[in-house]
Design a binder for this molecule. Sequence first.
Ligand SMILES: C[S@@+](CC[C@H](N)C(=O)[O-])C[C@H]1O[C@@H](n2cnc3c(N)ncnc32)[C@H](O)[C@@H]1O
Length: 202
Amino acid sequence: MSDTAISHYLESTRDRPTREDLKFAVSRIDGARAAIDCGCGAGADISYLLDSGFRVYAFDVDDQALSVCQGRFKGSKNVVLSKASFETFDYPAASLVVADASLFFCPPDHFNTVWDNIFECLLPGGIFCGSLLGREDTMAQAGDNPSVFWSHVSAFDQSEVEGLLKPYEVLRFKVHRSGGKTAGGVPHDWHIFQIVARKPAS
Ligand SMILES: C[S@@+](CC[C@H](N)C(=O)[O-])C[C@H]1O[C@@H](n2cnc3c(N)ncnc32)[C@H](O)[C@@H]1O
């Protein structure tokens, strides 16, 4: 993805509405309010979590994303920003892990370790709220595709996602499929699993 495209993406998502799944996940958190935002982009979810009383540990691999977040959360003691990738981030204990449209870009060789790290960092009763890429999404198709944002993706079919969710109690699960054009006018088929799942309390 070019610097200009990233900059446009960050600008257009900076103040996007909060997804219902995240509002729902937050409503189900009891006790400690510590969240991790994996691949935080321009920080729309950080802002919502901060307003909801969370201390937020957020990371992104992209310099521009980090710079936008450093600007908007400057001086906030409850936002801890790191430049890191899914596989290098040191996951602190958290009651909520958010990964919206970001684990799509986890290198496949690292995905299982990253997925285990997310489960391990969650406190008992903690919640994962995020999305995984379906194999039928345009981004998951082999070949040189102009809608590919990053060079590698981790994509799954439904039975694989169900396997990944076995250790969790699934609170919400939706398969999103649609076709259309991206904001840049490129034809795209979307295939996304939207997940809210709780780590058992014991
Ligand atoms: C589609 S954006 C989603 C941003 C944000 N979660 C949101 O919903 O607005 C994907 C984000 O994942 C980040 N990303 C891509 N590969 C990553 C990696 N290996 N480790 C951490 N973040 C990554 C990108 O820089 C980008 O900010």
